[in-house]
Design a binder for this molecule. Structure first.
Ligand SMILES: Nc1nc2c(ncn2[C@@H]2O[C@H](COP(=O)(O)OP(=O)(O)OP(=O)(O)O)[C@@H](O)[C@H]2O)c(=O)[nH]1
Ligand SMILES: [Mg+2]
Length: 395
């Protein structure tokens, strides 16, 4: 009888794929270990892992290091440890569920055996938060976009298409659900007139509240200068919003880590290049027919800002299906969520039912139609997605 071939392991391995990855020496803007801060809980967890591995005789203490994932290329992490940044593989100790979920921003215990130039990930330390979205439909899964993030910059391009209230509310709901702060960054402000600009700012404040942090940018005008730039800067002052690269920097102070979330072509990498003052990241043209990009950025990577914190550049997200973010919805729309508590029916859809306090308050002028519509759309979508999901899929 023929010997059965060994089933190939699906664990990401070094080798051919590794050769195709960009050399770490070419990635100059990755933050150094000193720029990143593990929480006290993560440090304690690290010490516990070290003590355990040493007690088991599995590793020597000087082979182990605390590290942070600063870049992820097709599942392969680059990890910053004190004194060095290197690529890592996954130790046989980790289960598939664990290693397939490593995200940029994760803190790890890494082992670098004597004479090796690659590390082995021995443990993923508990996260303070993870920014996750639902990928796929009924048989989908949660995809962690980044871990241990202080704030999320929701990037939206200004232009003919106008700003989407749904996209704003949807992004904010996902961000608030993971316990992170949300700020809005408008790019390409050079493409709209004063009226459209005013309307876009007003929409953000209506949907997300007047306290939301908002930055107006135009990488194009900041580079070109001139009267148009002066005019836009004056507009930013008039509208009471932050301006330009300095405004973005103010949102990402030293010691903090932010991620940019936005559609392909929104201008995320262009903005990061402007912040760095050089063309470190690849950017791509948008399609004229629908103003969307072609997924130029493919890796998730941290970029260290001079004089400020760290921003994660990530591929643009085409769609943001939502499921299970009810807590986030209530955080973005606290007034509507509170009114909903008073409805006669517990499963009130706030559209036609008698005794609906949400509709009652809306008629009394408590919230705008745009705001209510954004809330209702998300609430309905989450309800339908939860009902349509395969029973054996864990949300
Ligand atoms: N007019 C104008 N165009 C801009 C501005 N910023 C970026 N763009 C253009 O928008 C296009 C897309 O920019 P990218 O920075 O590659 O977009 P991205 O969000 O990183 O896209 P992905 O990596 O695909 O997710 C490029 O052609 C940029 O030149 C701006 O301030 N004004
Ligand atoms: Mg990009």
């Amino acid at each position: 009888m023929a010997k059965r071939a060994r089933k190939p392991s699906r664990r990401p391995q070094a080798g051919r794929v590794q050769e195709a990855l960009p050399a770490l020496s070419s990635l100059t803007e990755l933050p150094e270990f000193e720029k990143l801060t593990a929480s006290a809980t993560q440090r304690e967890a690290y010490e516990e892992v070290v003590a355990r591995l040493v007690a088991e005789g599995f590793a020597q203490a000087d082979e182990l290091a605390l590290g942070c994932v600063v870049r992820l290329d097709r599942g392969f992490p680059a990890v910053a440890c004190e004194g060095a940044t290197f690529r890592c593989e996954f130790s046989a100790r980790l289960t598939k569920g664990e290693y397939s979920k490593v995200a940029v921003g994760d803190w790890l215990c890494v082992r670098v055996p004597q004479g090796h130039d690659m590390g082995l990930i021995e443990a993923i330390l508990p996260r303070t938060n993870d920014l996750a979205r639902w990928r796929g439909n009924a048989r989908g899964e949660r995809q962690t976009l980044a871990a241990n993030i202080d704030s999320v910059l929701v990037v939206q391009a200004l232009g003919e298409r106008g700003v989407s209230a749904d996209r704003l509310a949807r992004s904010a709901m996902i961000v608030r659900d993971c316990g992170s702060e949300v700020a809005i960054v408008f790019t390409k402000a050079d493409r709209v007139d004063d009226e459209a600009l005013g309307a876009a700012v007003a929409l953000v404040r209506d949907i997300l509240g007047s306290g939301v942090k908002l930055v107006l940018t135009s990488s194009e005008l900041e580079r070109a200068g001139g009267e148009a730039l002066q005019h836009l800067m004056a507009q930013a002052v008039e509208l009471g919003v932050l301006w330009g690269t300095a405004g973005v920097q103010a949102l990402v102070p030293k010691g903090s880590v932010a991620i940019m979330l936005g559609e392909s072509g929104a201008g995320k990498s262009t903005l990061l290049n402007a912040l760095l003052g050089r063309e470190a990241l690849e950017t791509g043209a948008v399609r004229e027919s629908d103003d969307t990009g072609r997924h130029t950025t493919v890796a998730r990577r941290m970029v260290s800002l001079p004089g400020a914190g760290v921003i994660v550049d990530a591929p643009g997200l085409r769609s943001l299906p939502v499921i299970g973010h009810e807590r986030g919805l209530a955080l973005v729309f606290p007034d509507i969520a509170e009114a909903a508590q008073g409805c006669r029916f517990r499963d009130c859809t706030h559209t036609h039912e008698p005794g609906c306090v949400v509709q009652e308050e809306f008629r009394a002028g408590a919230f705008s139609k745009e705001r209510l519509d954004a809330y209702l759309l998300l609430a309905r979508e989450m309800r339908e997605n939860a009902n349509g999901i395969d029973p054996d899929v864990v949300i």
